[in-house]
Design a binder for this molecule. Structure first.
Ligand SMILES: Cc1cc2nc3c(=O)[nH]c(=O)nc-3n(C[C@H](O)[C@H](O)[C@H](O)COP(=O)(O)OP(=O)(O)OC[C@H]3O[C@@H](n4cnc5c(N)ncnc54)[C@H](O)[C@@H]3O)c2cc1C
Length: 394
């Protein structure tokens, strides 16, 4: 199978728009909101409006060019995430109307729901006090009562949980049936019984709010359930897990964007110190720091290739769970390695708050944790390659 890596022309404007926002809006306020944890970056309001309009504009231009509006959506998302995360990962996660829940809606909603939820800003709530990696352990419940589902439970570490106007919640219809009964629900944050209990203090991405969200007899219309209410034990977890096929490449792209920022800074420092990066000479014949740079850059390139492949496959309706995990595993590990090496090589400049390297090293770690940790991605890849079930290999 060959893949054309040339980007479709229609995506140039997405890249350019995101690049400009990263450079002119994010970078100038990046340190400010690293210091002002929990303060909403008001500068993002305008960007949210533009993002909303752009979403409509992108759809219209796809339609005008006779293309399927869904085709290209994943590629567009990864390019957008890569460019914006070059500016600031936490701010990227705070842009109104671009929540992780929006990606979940795009992945599993039916046509009518896509239309109805087109303009929402949705956070994603899977994690609970009782579990993180083991998403089959969902204990939040959704009980059908007349035309509504009544939701009860507590979700933790919800990105944009205090700012988004909606949240996509994973809840079980029947705990005794296991993972097949886990469904996702779009819940307006204004619903009676939904409350934000607290915000977390974190190592990095401090400009992004991370909330505990409680659901106490929260009622939503039955047709806010994404996908089918049918509990298909044979299909198991398939429905809700499909979300990750779309969101993992986006997180990988965020890692690639942040990685590029650190590589650019490292290159500048090496060149300023008089070390030329020469791709035509054997690595062993160059300065040790240059050799390290070339190794990091090749890992970073590989991360981007894997990310492109996973997004391209999703756009072309090919099953991509393995590739989505591969992109996330490689990019998450690479960006953590890369940003920490940049601090190491930069030494005083790397560790000082006068530069951004120390912040990027702190911000990078989350990209190897949320949407499935490094170890969980490796587990998924191993299962797929070896043909093992989750019961065989855990
Ligand atoms: C800043 C931030 C934002 C977040 N945003 C969201 C969000 O928007 N929505 C949401 O639902 N969640 C969110 N999360 C939660 C995140 O997805 C979880 O932290 C993650 O899934 C890991 O779960 P855990 O923290 O409970 O770790 P655990 O699952 O307890 O894992 C602890 C360690 O054990 C390892 N481990 C676990 N199981 C295995 C295994 N079988 N084999 C080998 N190693 C294993 C893990 O890799 C990890 O290193 C966020 C977390 C953070 C920190």
């Amino acid at each position: 199978m060959s893949i054309n890596l040339e980007l479709p022309e229609k995506l140039n404007s997405t890249v350019e728009r995101a690049r400009l926002a990263a450079e002119h809006i994010f970078r100038p306020i990046s340190r400010k909101y690293d210091k002002a944890e929990h303060e909403y970056p008001v500068e993002l309001d305008e960007l949210g409006k533009i993002a909303k309009q752009a979403r409509g504009g992108d759809k219209a231009s796809d339609k005008a060019s006779g293309e399927d509006t869904v085709n290209g959506a994943n590629l567009r998302s990864v390019l957008n995430a890569r460019e914006l995360s070059w500016g600031d990962v936490g701010l990227m996660l705070s842009i109104p109307y671009q929540g992780l829940g929006n990606a979940a809606i795009a992945a599993v909603a039916n046509e009518e729901q896509l239309e109805r939820f087109a303009d929402v800003w949705a956070a994603m709530a899977i994690t609970e006090p009782g579990f993180g990696s083991d998403s089959a352990a969902v204990s939040t419940t959704a009980v059908l009562d007349g035309d509504d589902y009544v939701i009860n439970g507590e979700k933790i570490f919800v990105t944009a949980g205090s700012r988004a106007d909606h949240v996509v919640v994973w809840a079980t219809l029947d705990k005794s049936v296991g993972r097949a009964a886990i469904k996702s629900f779009v819940v307006p944050m204004s619903t009676e019984g939904v409350s934000v209990a607290r915000l977390e203090h974190k190592l990095g991405i401090k400009s992004s709010d991370t909330a505990v969200v409680r659901f106490e007899n929260a009622r939503v219309p039955a047709d806010n359930l994404l996908g089918t209410p049918e509990i298909n034990v044979k299909k198991g977890f398939g429905g809700v897990m499909q979300t990750f096929d779309n969101t993992r490449p986006v997180v990988a792209a965020m890692a690639v964007g942040l990685g590029r920022a650190a590589l650019e800074e490292l290159r500048r420092m090496l060149e300023e110190a008089g070390h030329e990066i020469d791709y035509d000479r054997p690595v062993a014949a160059q300065h040790a720091a240059v050799a390290e740079f070339i190794r990091l850059e090749s890992d970073w390139e590989a991360s981007w290739m894997l990310t492109l492949r996973a997004a391209w496959m999703a756009d072309n309706k090919q099953p991509n769970s393995t590739e989505a995990s591969m992109s996330k595993a490689k990019a998450g590990r690479t960006v953590t390695d890369l940003t920490n090496k940049a601090v190491e090589i930069g030494a005083t400049a790397g560790f000082s708050e006068t530069q951004m390297l120390e912040k990027w090293a702190r911000d990078s770690k989350i990209l190897d944790i949320f949407e499935g940790t490094q170890q969980i991605q490796q587990l998924i890849i191993a299962r797929r390659i070896l043909g093992k079930s989750s019961a065989d290999l855990r």
